[in-house]
Design a binder for this molecule. Structure first.
Ligand code: ADP
Length: 382
């Protein structure tokens, strides 16, 4: 590492000492500057190119070496310059104080030439290495940022492509459905022993595809924040209506569906009412879907000082711990023998997460396999 010609400032009120130290350092081709006081040191620092290292006498009148060092460390422009204290005696107190105010090392008088040169060289090398590290880190950060920008751009292109392709699938599906309906009335199909079963198979596939297309387009729309209408919404009334709507489905699945509230009303927030319904629709329908008969789904609304908290708790299959971090990723589905056979798109929770983001909220999930799952949605209250 190239350290000759490094710029070293020596500050000492004793001119003789100053001269001796200057001569010692000049032996190594350092570019040496001398100052006889703290004030002169700061003048030199302000006017000349930055120093690579400062040798600082502790005992000086007006401004002591400690004062000078403290001031250097307060200024972001001089903070990184290593300071080596020159101590009159090998006093522990002096040395400890020197480290406390930001010095990196010390030398004691009478000066030992080889020691002085070794310490100065060490700290110059260290400072250069530190500088190289800072530059490398800055480079890494710049590259990381560039990668992130490229990634974001490609991701946006991918989303656009999926959106366009999905959108274009709608029309062929309408055509398939139209011909399907024509086929249903065709005598050769109607009268064929397997005709109806074949048509139902096609219809089933078409329905699943329509559901997937609707969910993909919906997710894209939510993520762009388009067509959102924020109004004042009463979350208690909204959740009561949503749970009421699911009552029949829950009864058919032999699941006890309960809704409760804690804390004091009002339960008001600023939201898009339809989107908020969709959010809780998804969470409650999942809770019912992934809970076996005779289980329970409990929706609890709580008013906290600044937040409305909704917990959707179920006594269902639960989710393995390793799956939890992926739950809100689009198309992710848990693959256990109990979850596997249940139909779904893997988009419900991605939509839920986007809806929570849209409303400036947060969502958490905790789960114990075979005991149940709790989703906690926190939304800013009015
Ligand atoms: P899906 O359409 O498959 O239900 P979601 O995005 O809504 O997609 O959910 C992702 C996956 O998370 C589901 O496939 C399911 O395995 C799991 N999951 C979601 N909610 C629950 C729940 N309440 N209990 C157990 N597993 C759940």
């Amino acid at each position: 590492m190239e350290i000759s010609h490094a710029r070293v400032l020596i500050v000492d009120d004793n001119e003789e000492n100053l001269q001796v130290l200057g001569d010692i350092l000049a032996m190594r081709d350092y570019n040496v500057t001398l100052a006889t006081s703290g004030r002169q040191a700061f003048e030199l620092i302000d006017t000349s190119a930055p120093f690579d290292l400062i040798l600082l006498d502790i005992q000086m009148p007006i401004m002591s070496g400690y004062d000078v060092c403290e001031q250097l460390k307060r200024n972001p422009l001089t903070r990184e310059i290593p300071v080596i204290f020159i101590s009159a005696h090998n006093e522990v107190e002096d040395i400890v104080r020197g480290f406390e105010v930001g010095g990196v090392d010390y030398i004691t008088k009478p000066l030992q030439i080889r020691e002085v040169l070794a310490r100065v060289e060490n700290h110059l090398v260290l400072a250069r290495q530190r500088q190289a590290l800072v530059e490398k880190n800055a480079l890494i950060e710049a590259l990381r940022q560039r990668d992130q920008e490229t990634f974001d751009m490609l991701n946006a292109m991918k989303d656009q492509f999926i959106y366009a392709a999905t959108h274009d699938l709608k029309n062929p599906l309408f055509i398939i459905t139209a011909y399907l309906n024509l086929l249903r009335d065709l005598p050769q199909v109607k009268d064929h022993p397997d005709g109806r079963r074949y048509l139902d198979g096609i219809q089933d596939g078409v329905t699943k595809m329509q559901r997937l297309i609707t969910a993909i387009l919906d997710l894209a729309q939510i993520q762009t924040g388009a067509n959102i209408r924020m109004t004042e919404v009463d979350l208690y009334a909204l959740l009561e209506a949503v749970t009421q709507r699911f009552r029949v489905l829950a009864e058919q699945a032999h699941i006890d569906l309960l809704f409760d509230s804690l804390g004091q009303a009002p339960y008001r927030l600023l939201a898009d009412a339809n989107r908020l319904e969709q959010l809780f629709d998804n969470l409650i329908s999942n809770a019912i879907k992934y809970t076996p008969p005779n289980g329970q789904v409990h929706v609890v609304l709580e008013r906290l000082p600044e937040t409305l908290l909704v917990e959707v708790r179920d006594s269902g299959f639960g989710i393995p711990e390793e799956a939890l971090p992926h739950l809100f990723t689009a198309f992710y589905r848990v693959r256990t023998p109990r979850h596997g056979p249940i139909n779904g798109t893997g988009l419900g929770l991605a939509i839920v997460k986007s809806l929570v983001d849209l409303h400036g909220g947060q969502i958490e999930v905790s789960s114990i396999v075979d005991q149940g799952t709790t989703f906690r949605v926190m939304l800013p209250a009015l």
